[in-house]
Design a protein around this ligand. Structure first.
Ligand code: PMP
Ligand code: GLN
Length: 386
């Protein structure tokens, strides 16, 4: 095939995702997997049954409509109204996607031109870097630094150039657990308006905020017309394999994202779309119970990791905990995570892979706590051997 590399150069350096690598390591070594973020218990039985019913009744077994089934788009609109007072037209302002992952890809492919700059919080969720690269744009990291991981808003202002097209934000933030507060969101909104920037906001952990509250940036004055909001059923309802996500935004933005999305998957997850419509209408007790359960697990793992000698940054949101391994006499998170299964039968994720400025994340390691209590307890007792 000659000397030319097969992989498009835009994807150079974007090899196997860290989640795939670490989950494979967990399987191969029989380790407890606190790496990739997926629960070890499925979501509500009635939601699972709703999917079975849809399959049996022949709803969604053939191509659903491109924007998503009307039942789900209506349920998403109701959810945005119920939790945030945001009004969206199910026909023009909502798009169902193959998970948040496709929503991110479609949004970035639709809204960016080669040469555009995208400012994103670093550490960034791995698909951001790859999708910005596939769009031919350039990522510009705003580094979130321990211990608070709060964004430096002066630094953000200084990163904006005439080429900046888009701010890519994520709150609650994976992997740090940062939840942007109203002051930070207002400052980000002001900058977006002042510089006429688009905002893409990834809010897949919207129902996992333990300290403070989740505030969608789209609710701020002047933001609706420039914001693409993304969420997903995977995290909120503990069905990460269903891959049902969505985009909400002004009609022109959603139309642009849909134009890209229709050539990625066209449509997906027909019967699951009906089940997620029912899930979104679950009573408050479901959402409160889910959060309370994960809050308990957060504290269980936070305390356990601290007792095992890690420096722990207690997350305000998400189901991830970022730790620093320096107190254990370690400094390289990648090496640490590669050797951890052999040393004590636990898998974690090195935050370094989510940084351009690798120094800032070198000694940081992420653990997920969306696992059964007995599994978390066993992981902690294994980690105490370190
Ligand atoms: N964004 C963030 C911040 C995530 O952690 C994840 C992983 N669930 C995704 C997007 C992808 O979500 P989905 O599984 O719905 O594609
Ligand atoms: N969002 C999950 C995490 O951060 C992983 C999803 C994936 O493997 N792409 O662990």
């Amino acid at each position: 095939m000659g000397a030319r590399p097969l992989l498009n150069r835009r994807l150079d350096g974007h090899g196997t995702t860290i989640f795939a690598e670490m989950s494979a390591l967990a399987t191969a070594t029989g380790s407890i997997n606190l790496g990739q973020g997926f629960p070890d218990t499925d979501g509500p039985e009635e939601v699972r049954e709703a999917a079975v019913r849809a399959l049996r009744d022949g709803r969604g077994n053939q191509y659903p409509p491109g924007p998503g089934v009307p039942e789900l788009r209506t349920a998403i609109a109701e959810h945005q109204q119920r939790f945030y007072g945001l009004t969206y037209d199910p026909d023009t302002e909502i798009l169902v996607t193959a998970g948040a992952t496709e929503a991110i890809a479609a949004a970035l492919l639709a809204l960016l031109e080669p040469g555009d700059e995208v400012i994103a919080f670093e550490p960034f969720y791995d698909s951001y870097a790859a999708c910005i690269a596939m769009a031919g744009a350039t990522r510009v990291p705003l580094t979130l630094r321990a211990p608070s991981f709060r964004p430096d808003l002066d630094e953000l202002r200084a990163l904006i150039t005439p080429r900046t097209r888009l701010l890519l934000i994520n709150t609650p933030h994976n992997p740090t657990g940062l939840v942007l507060d109203p002051t930070e969101l207002a400052a980000i909104a002001d900058l977006a308006i002042e510089h006429d920037l688009l905002v893409v906001t990834d809010e897949v952990y919207e129902h996992l905020v333990f300290d403070g509250a989740h505030h969608p940036i789209a609710a701020l004055p002047g933001m609706r017309e420039r914001t693409v909001s993304i969420s997903s059923a995977g995290k909120t309802f503990s069905f990460t394999g269903w891959k049902v996500g969505w985009v909400t935004g002004a009609p022109e933005l959603v139309t642009a994202v849909r134009t890209a999305k229709q050539y990625l998957t066209y449509v997906s997850a027909g019967p699951f779309q009906y089940a997620v419509a029912e899930a979104l209408r679950l009573p408050d007790s479901y959402f409160d119970g889910f959060r309370a359960d994960l809050l308990h697990k957060r504290d269980l793992l936070t305390d356990g990791l601290a007792a095992a000698g890690f420096r722990v940054f207690r997350p305000a949101g998400t189901y991830f905990i970022t730790t620093d391994i320096t107190p254990l006499g370690e400094k390289d998170g990648i090496e640490f995570c590669r050797s951890l299964p052999e040393r004590c039968g636990v898998v974690a994720i090195p935050n370094a892979v989510f940084y351009d400025n690798a120094d800032a994340g070198q000694s940081l390691v992420r653990f997920t706590f969306c696992k059964r209590d007995d599994v978390l307890g066993e992981a902690v007792s294994r980690l105490q051997q370190l």
